[in-house]
Design a protein around this ligand. Structure first.
Ligand SMILES: [Zn+2]
Length: 140
């Protein structure tokens, strides 16, 4: 289990971010294969980075997400400490550390990315990270 380093205070405690939508933990990586052959490997908490930290993915990835329907995107996934996938990876994205590019992505991109990640999660039922956090209303 990998925790988002941007959600941890300098003293090591989890920062309280009630405004965040997606889970800040990752259980592994996912590979998205687009019909044009582009393959992107990323942590399975990319939705957290995009929605909650305004991470701006590489332009190539944004274009592919906007170009291809979720149904046409193939997914591969492996546990971080499990199987090793030996196929070549075109691009590793979303392994954020230190400063990372931020910016606004379009609502269309967000909707499409969610669909693709949800398809991946359906393909791989043990993939839990992208789920939305449960609201904790009323907690002090
Ligand atoms: Zn975070």
């Amino acid at each position: 289990m990998h925790m988002c380093v941007y959600c941890i205070d300098p003293d090591g405690k989890l920062a309280n971010h009630p405004e965040h939508i997606y889970s800040f933990s990752s259980t592994g990586d996912i590979i998205l294969v687009f019909p044009n052959g582009d393959r992107f490997e990323m942590p399975d908490m990319v939705l957290h980075y995009v929605f909650d930290h305004q991470w701006l993915p590489p332009q190539e990835f944004i274009v592919d997400v906007l170009t291809f329907e979720a149904e046409s995107v193939e997914t591969e996934r492996f546990q971080t400490k499990g199987l090793v996938v030996s196929k070549p990876i075109d691009m590793k994205i979303g392994y954020l550390q230190g400063e990372f590019p931020t910016g606004n992505v379009t609502e269309e991109f967000k909707v499409r990315l969610v669909k693709i990640i949800e398809k991946a999660a359906a393909d791989y039922p043990w993939m839990v990270a992208p789920k939305k956090k449960e609201k904790s209303n009323g907690m002090a």
